[in-house]
Design a binder for this molecule. Sequence first.
Ligand code: IPM
Ligand code: MG
Length: 366
Amino acid sequence: MAGGESGMKSYDIGVLGGDGIGPEVMREGLKVLEATAEVEGFKYELVEYPYDSEHYLKTGELVPDSVIDEWRTLDAFLLGAIGHPDVEPGLVERAVILGLRFGLDLYINLRPIKLYAEHLCPLKGKGPEDVDFIVVRENTEGMYSQIGGHLKKNTPDEVALVNGVYTWKGCERASRYAFELARKRAGEKGPEHEPKVTLVDKANAIRPQDIWTRAFASVAKDYPNVATDHAYVDACCMWMIKNPEWFDVIVTTNLFGDIITDLASMLQGGMGIAASGNIHPGKTSMFEPIHGSAPKHAGKNIACPLGMVGAIQMMLDYLGETSAASRIDAAVGNLLTSGTVPSADARSGIGTSEMGDMVVARVRGD
Ligand code: IPM
Ligand code: MG
């Protein structure tokens, strides 16, 4: 990050629109970023990268290690979506998404679940005051460790092994992040709000996951004013539907975080609005919508760009542009409570670029 000639802050931001609807939602997100920067007074340079699935199909090239090194020198990274029907499942996803997460040690995957308007929520009788929690997903270990493989592949004796890796360091730092976040949210929400962190695991059936239980308990001692709770992941899914208002901050493993945040995203309106930050505090972090590339919706101007807009909001908050982040939050809130947006699902019922324009108008205060 460098100060511009005017002393204005300037950020170097890596951009990879990716596959399917990725480039379309990215375009709208960048429109919102541009408008916000103008109004709020900061600058940025975009550095575009080509490593999507089309690039792989054309050249056979995945992200080179030297490029991952380059990514570490940026201020932040924006990713649209990766996933292409003509490429072996997970190949480019692992190179780009896991390349960023593991390569930059982005050990937190932060996924806010916030309902802006009651009509977007599929639950009966639940409104914005009931759905406002945040999931801290451990992002570099667990079942995503890539440690494992096959024996006697494609024979009747085939064996497939995958190791769930949980380190004390990984459980400790994710738990600490969750408690710090609970404290921060309490500061923002005022004295009525009771901060709470819920650990979600499956330590009854998967006994070694009690490393989470112990690491969580040891961190909790440092936060006497934050309540603690625990739910096994199956029960967590049930409570999320029955009583979403019970959750404040959830901390969980990589795989469980992946699964419960797809479920949770429906509470806030759908995959069209769910955003995430892949974060290593103090270092280059990556921001992306939770949804995938949705090839069937690509190129039709129907995909909802609000998840990408939310990712940009999270990026600005992370970079310390908190007023800019609040401006986007208010713009999206205003739009969604205006009643003009029928849904926040993958297809919102409003054109991708029209939705981008609607957010931009509100960011500018038109
Ligand atoms: C997500 C996605 C990824 C994940 C895939 C695309 C590898 O589902 O970000 O939630 O499993 O983490
Ligand atoms: Mg997922």
